[in-house]
Design a binder for this molecule. Structure first.
Ligand code: SF4
Ligand code: SF4
Length: 174
């Protein structure tokens, strides 16, 4: 039996990532949510956070979230609501060369708009350089800060973390 890559490495398989990504026609229409939550766990704040009904109703608390991308506006509210840091928003229509990626960020201090950042993939490896576009501070006790970065467009589905590159950022949880 094929080993579960997610269970052994903590990194989702290509099939899992594909299942969380909308079709190309939807990706051309504007920002979309990517929910990289692939294990049945008792958790549903994502569903309750979306006022657009883009996260389909759960039949059981252990359900894996399912998205209706036609209803998703890419607002990013669910990114802040997810305790598993498993939700991202990607906008491949930002410019001809750059995309926007919204990522949860739990370190302190938060980077600021215009700050340069290293872009990391799901393994934590540096794959490129980006710039902070917007920071949405989290609302305590549950909301996680969300950092929107400008990234090379070809990295839109690879970048899932960031590291401030100008001496900012630390190891303490916000
Ligand atoms: S990004 Fe906004 S609209 Fe899309 S699923 Fe999340 S909360 Fe709903
Ligand atoms: S809130 Fe996050 S961890 Fe919980 S079910 Fe939704 S995506 Fe998964």
């Amino acid at each position: 039996m094929k080993p579960d890559v997610l269970m052994t490495t903590g990194i989702p398989s290509k099939e899992q990532i594909d299942s969380a990504t909308p079709p190309g026609s939807r990706r051309k229409q504007g920002p979309f949510v990517v929910i990289e939550c692939f294990q049945e766990i008792p958790c549903d704040p994502c569903y309750h956070s979306c006022r657009f009904g883009a996260i389909k109703p759960f039949e059981s608390l252990n359900d894996i979230p399912q998205v209706d991308w036609e209803k998703c506006t890419g607002c990013g509210v669910c990114v802040a609501a997810c305790p598993g840091l498993a939700i991202f928003v990607v906008d491949e229509t930002f410019s001809d060369t750059e995309c926007l990626i919204a990522m949860p960020y739990e370190f302190s201090p938060l980077p600021g708009k215009g700050d340069p950042v290293h872009l990391l993939d799901r393994s934590g490896d540096k794959v490129g350089e980006g710039v902070v576009h917007r920071v949405v501070p989290g609302r305590k006790p549950q909301g996680t800060p969300v950092v929107w970065v400008r990234a090379p467009r070809e990295l839109s589905l690879n970048v899932r973390n960031l590291l401030p590159s100008a001496g900012k950022g630390g190891n303490n949880c916000v």
